[in-house]
Design a protein around this ligand. Structure first.
Ligand code: UD1
Length: 416
């Protein structure tokens, strides 16, 4: 099994170019199921999750070809309505085929995703929303089986502003009869990007990016030609990497407005931040001040940046309280960070981090995608060498990470 070896203590400097957003690309690829024909999606990051999504679409009968981040998807003839367990179990976002399949074919069989390292992660709100739109939804032998002749527009209140739930229901509603209103919808930029993509296909959507999204159903959509927005979590990860080494990094090809909560916190830590259209520059300070964060739905501090920010707080001056409110079990990285000498105590859904002058290289193990990124960041600042095993987690969500980090001076290599 492959691992990543990092020799810590090198100040990072230079430019890093950001890839297309994983969490935008995945729903957009699924949206191709809504309209028969030849779709072209560009700025798609080359990631394991994207490859899995391509397989899932092929399994449904779509023709999928990709090169250099451009996907050509032919959804003229779909042969099946099933997303099998083997594919869904490796990637929860597979559930995003549910809404489009029911809307286009009138039926879908999608394996229940089950739990994952960061919590139970149910999909009850996806299912309740489809039921509100008139679908019959049953759970049979571990599969969600949904049927509807034609979905009907409905007023749907989401108990929690679920991101993929909002996306699934928004896609389903584009082809429903009448108007759907999603209340307490997720406001994440990925939802807005998907809405823009759907609108380019002829969907009638207003309010995406706010907590009330209105969709006027249409009888058919046309194929898309769409470019995926930049990845705000990758952006944040490289900012944190630059920050922890006291470096001077410029992130290019990004959307600074999507990182507002993180940039506010980085400034509070004492980092100098400059930004302009499509770029952010972070200049290091001697040692960051410890600050508190609380993860929240967008525009709050993203849960997907919590682990990376915690790594930074491990070397900050003072005490930081990091509260996780989105997922119930997203502290798997703490045990590994402690192996590098970090001083962290967990109290319920809060982690209390006492910053240390130094942390030290150690063999550590990646447990999920963002936890792995936090270990990479910690290793960049640690004294000595770290070996991070189970890097397949990183490959799910970061395109060419070693190459990008090496480009700004990191001593990093993949072994095995
Ligand atoms: C998406 C992102 C993930 C990110 C998360 C929160 C993708 C592919 N993944 O995941 O990277 O960490 O948003 O920003 O876009 N919930 C329910 N019932 C449901 C659905 C969700 O109770 O039916 C709860 C979850 O358990 C969790 C909270 O809602 O506590 C938010 O989860 P959700 O927004 O759905 O996360 P995902 O869409 O799975």
């Amino acid at each position: 099994m492959q691992s990543i070896v990092i020799e810590g203590g090198k100040r990072l400097s230079g430019d890093v170019k950001i890839s297309g957003a994983k969490n935008s690309a995945l729903p957009i690829l699924c949206a191709s199921l809504l309209a028969p024909g030849e779709h072209v999606v560009s700025n798609v990051p080359e990631l394991q999750d994207v490859i899995t999504m391509g397989r899932l679409l092929e399994n449904l009968g779509a023709g999928v070809q990709s090169s250099d981040g451009v996907f050509h998807i032919d959804t003229e003839n779909l042969a099946k309505d099933e997303a099998p367990y083997e594919l869904v179990k490796t990637m929860r976002a597979s559930v995003l085929v549910l809404g489009p399949l029911v809307a286009r074919l009138g039926s879908a069989r999608v394996s229940l995703p089950g739990g994952c390292a960061i919590g139970a992660r149910p999909i009850n709100l996806h299912l309740a929303g489809l039921r509100d739109m008139g679908a019959e939804v049953e759970i049979e032998h571990g599969y969600v089986v949904a049927k509807a002749k034609r979905l009907k527009g409905a007023r749907i209140y989401l108990d929690t502003p679920t991101v993929t739930g909002t996306e699934n229901l928004m896609m389903a509603a584009t082809l429903a009869e009448g108007r759907t209103v999603l209340e307490n919808a997720a406001c994440e930029p990925e939802v807005t990007d998907l809405a823009a993509c759907l609108s380019s296909m002829g969907a009638k959507i207003t309010g995406a990016g706010t907590d009330t999204v209105r969709i006027e159903g249409v009888s058919e959509l046309r194929p898309m030609k769409y470019s995926v927005m930049p990845d705000r979590i990758e952006t944040g990860t490289y900012l944190a990497a630059g920050a922890i080494t006291g470096g001077d990094v410029r992130i290019t090809g990004c959307e600074p407005a999507h990182s507002a909560a993180l940039l506010t916190k980085l400034r509070e830590c004492g980092f100098e931040i400059e930004k302009g259209p499509g770029w952010i520059r972070l200049k290091g300070c001697d040692r960051p001040r410890a600050v508190d964060i609380k993860t929240l739905p967008y525009p709050g501090f993203p849960t997907d940046m919590q682990a990376q920010f915690m790594a930074l707080m491990c070397v900050a001056d003072g005490l930081s309280v990091i509260t996780e409110t989105v997922f119930e079990n997203r502290f798997m990285h703490i045990a590994e960070l402690k192996r590098m000498g970090a001083d962290i105590k967990v109290q319920g859904n809060a982690a209390v981090v006492q910053g240390a002058e130094n942390i030290f290289g150690a063999p550590v193990m990646a447990t999920d995608l963002r936890a792995s990124a936090s270990l990479v960041i910690a290793a960049l600042a640690a004294k000595g060498s770290s070996e991070i095993s189970r890097v397949y987690h990183l490959d799910r969500g970061y395109e060419r990470m070693e190459e990008k980090l090496r480009g700004i001076g990191a001593r990093i290599k993949r072994v095995g």
